[in-house]
Design a protein around this ligand. Sequence first.
Ligand code: GRG
Length: 300
Amino acid sequence: MRQAVLRALDEVTAPQPGCPQRLSDAMRYSVFAPGKRVRPVLTLLACEAVSGTWENALPAACAVELIHVYSLIHDDLPCMDDDQLRRGQPTCHVQFDEATACLAGDSLQMLAIEVLCQQLPAELAIRCCQILSRAAGRCHLVGGQLDDLAAEGRFGDVFGRSGDFPRAATDGQPGLEFLQHIHHRKTGALIEASLQMGGLLGGANAEMLKSLAVYGQSIGLAFQIVDDCLDRESTSEQLGKTPQKDARQGKMTYPSLIGLDASRKMAVGLVERACAALSVFGESGTKLEMIAQFIVDRKS
Ligand code: GRG
């Protein structure tokens, strides 16, 4: 499935008349950096789990990876996380420059929508655009990112001013509930959208879509918790990005709030919840179960 996704991504990012070579190069540099492709594979597996033909979900698989890559490029920018290393290679703005990296991310967002609109039947294209744009928008990916920056203290005492941010009952500081609120949106929403689009394109009924949503929310959070743990435990060679950044930035993470052991246990519990939600698919859910397990076992 990964190979099929890479072939499809190669086609949709092929240089086009009118697209400056530098922009095309920057987009392709980040898209073809060695990522795991978890989200597109989830799209294809969700389609297969509901007895669809997974190849039919390739446009949505490409689209979600394009959005994900844009978010990585923008997250690495100096005004955001200011990182030099991503997927084992220099970040887009280091390899090119800041303006090119911004524009490469912008183009990838629009390309995702273009792929859905051009490659899917109109009705399904609209449904997928709704799912993906919502997950990538102000209340989810982007909003989660802003709150994550706010939690670092970037914008002063926002927690004191906004009713949006649940406070921990005991110390008045943003706590576990707030962290979950961020990550459901910053990490979980795109993972859930990957599955919803795959299910939709495979012909899922409402019950199946609900099960995929529960599965997606659970593995989405587990994914982030494991990401936080790996940031503490791994080397830059293993991760392909700068480790220990969270601690250096004094970032609120699962391990910093509840410790590594409890974080790992929480991730395992979420994966169990995710797998239980797959019962509606019987044997067809086996590969999704394996991906859930991969999410807690992964080393990068
Ligand atoms: C800039 C709007 C905007 C959002 C940025 C991507 C992101 C949101 C932040 C990156 C920091 C981070 C640790 C996010 C949580 C988990 C995550 C998205 C990890 C990266 O995804 P992987 O591990 O990466 O699937 P690969 O490279 O394998 O695709």
